[in-house]
Design a protein around this ligand. Structure first.
Ligand SMILES: O=C(O)C(=O)C[C@]1(C(=O)O)C=C[C@@H](O)C=C1
Length: 116
């Protein structure tokens, strides 16, 4: 079966030629998914890197008898995500939601470190 393809149109202004160039190409669902796979891979590696640092924070807090949860810091992290999302034309609330999920993963990890 022939896969349907989506026409993608774009353009850019080239200063050297003082000309606007148009381009058009087509993408299939399979090609979009390949792009998503690559991004998933990069995201998962970054999350793994974040979790390595979180583990060290967990050890630090354990050694210094500190509370795992720090609501002030959580707000700062959520604001960072909201700002970055907004800069990329995404709703800030979705950035806060993603930060919330990452922080809950971090808390789980730090609780495991505490019990070791
Ligand atoms: O910065 C900390 O103190 C952390 O433990 C990390 C982290 C986070 O995931 O960003 C997780 C839990 C805290 O409530 C605040 C922030």
């Amino acid at each position: 079966m022939l896969e349907p393809r989506q026409q993608v149109l774009g353009g850019f202004f080239c200063d050297n030629f003082n000309t606007f160039f148009f381009y058009s190409f087509s993408m299939s669902l399979e090609e979009y998914r390949k792009e998503i796979d690559r991004i998933n891979h990069d995201l998962a590696e970054l999350i793994a890197e974040r979790m390595e640092v979180v583990e060290k924070v967990g050890e630090y807090k354990k050694e210094n008898n500190m509370e795992i949860k720090d609501e002030g810091r959580e707000e700062v992290v959520k604001d960072q995500f909201a700002d970055i999302f907004k800069q990329n034309d995404l709703p800030g609330q979705k950035g806060r939601k993603l930060a919330h999920f990452l922080i809950s993963m971090a808390i789980e990890e730090e609780e495991e470190v505490k019990e070791e």
